[in-house]
Design a protein around this ligand. Structure first.
Ligand SMILES: C[S@@+](CC[C@H](N)C(=O)[O-])C[C@H]1O[C@@H](n2cnc3c(N)ncnc32)[C@H](O)[C@@H]1O
Length: 355
């Protein structure tokens, strides 16, 4: 419709791509709302309308007046179809549960709708953008390697792994105030496939990252990070057996991969930040105590923990809360808070050794 002064929305001939997107959207709606359509169809098998008489009367009058009005107010094709569906809902179900019948075509999606997955990323990204002082969101995106779930936002692939890693990075950076070019040494126990190492390596060109993990995860992290960055110097296991005792040798690599027992061999006062995310909470109490002893003996600079606030580890007979980890009296907690993404997850940063 063209406005007289030339301003307004004009009818547009849709391109092939736009048509395909429109068709996909319709099929998407049919797919996700198939059960609702069936329910409404079956509910119409009744003999009388589910809508109370008084509302039926009002509706009849409203409809007949509306049809007599100026045709420019009549519904579009899309709303013609939705209105037809609404009338079927009136007849079959009346107002019962209308937020999950009518409401599905208004503003609230059903819990399993993929738009909510997109919305989650958008919200998380918006929250992080306010803290993105190093511009990580502008140049990082989820690598295709590994074929994880992602959404495209502002032309970039975003995933929960990527956003969580950036979130964790800023939690640490804000607490410890290190700079981009600092030659920091990060040591992560239980790094999974290496999502956090990937962010730290990209953000800090002079950093060294050590990953200690169980064999299965260690292999995966070595594959993933070396495939993404073949140009980076990395010490894999078992080659890392040669370098873990020497700070000079360690620092000649950007990434070093080792088994958990090798932690004890690392030089003292060498690691700036020790990291454990979603991992201590899955171990037995004796094992956690053992790792905390090692962290103390290694005289690391700081410890970053991100775990569930309350975790019952049934198989290993352990219960963890954010206050139950064996923190030493001399360690100073400089940050403690709920994670941005999950209400049941805490993050904490402890200063251990200031030198
Ligand atoms: C839930 S995953 C978290 C992975 C990663 N931190 C992340 O958030 O993507 C737990 C990690 O802890 C590691 N892990 C479990 N038990 C361990 C142990 N006893 N010693 C070292 N690492 C362990 C697993 O191999 C895995 O990498």
């Amino acid at each position: 419709m063209e406005h007289r002064n030339g301003v307004g929305v004009s009818r547009k001939k849709l391109s092939g791509k736009e048509k395909r997107r429109g068709i996909n959207r319709i099929f998407g709606v049919i797919r996700i709302r198939g059960l609702l359509f069936l329910k409404v169809l079956l509910s119409n098998l009744r003999f009388t309308s589910a809508l109370e008489r008084v509302w039926r009367g009002r509706f009849k009058r409203t409809m007949s007046d509306f049809l007599k009005s100026d045709s420019s107010f009549l519904p579009t094709r899309q709303w013609h179809i939705i209105s037809f569906f609404y009338r079927m809902v009136f007849r079959g179900l009346g107002f019962a549960g209308f937020k999950t019948t009518f409401g599905r075509f208004l503003a609230a999606y059903e819990p399993g709708n993929s738009r909510l997955f997109e919305a989650l990323h958008h919200l998380y990204m918006s929250a992080l953008e306010r803290r993105d002082t190093w511009g990580l969101l502008r140049f990082m995106e989820e690598p295709l390697l590994g074929e994880g779930d992602f959404v495209v936002n502002k032309g970039k692939r975003l995933s929960l792994d990527l956003l969580q890693s950036i979130d964790e990075f800023y939690c640490l950076q804000e607490a410890l105030n290190f700079k981009k070019d600092d030659s920091m040494v990060f040591c992560e126990l239980g790094g999974g496939y290496g999502r956090f190492a990937e962010i730290v390596m990209a953000a800090m060109p002079n950093a060294t990252y050590l990953i200690f993990d169980l064999p299965e995860s260690l292999i995966l992290a070595q594959y993933y990070l070396s495939k993404l960055h073949p140009e980076r110097k990395m010490a894999f296991y078992p080659e890392s057996l040669e370098c873990v005792r020497s700070r000079e040798k360690l620092s000649s690599y950007r990434l070093v991969f080792g088994l958990p027992h090798q932690l004890k061999e690392l030089p003292k006062n060498y690691i700036n930040v020790f990291i454990n995310v979603y991992s201590f909470m899955e171990m037995g109490a004796k094992q956690v105590n053992g790792y905390f002893d090692i962290i103390e003996q290694l005289q690391v600079g700081a410890l970053y923990l991100k775990q569930h606030k309350h975790e019952i580890n049934l198989l290993d007979q352990a219960v963890y809360t954010d206050e139950s980890y064996p923190i030493r009296p001399s360690w100073r907690r400089i940050y403690h808070g709920t994670s941005t993404l999950y209400e049941n997850v805490f993050e904490a940063v402890y200063l251990i050794n200031k030198t």
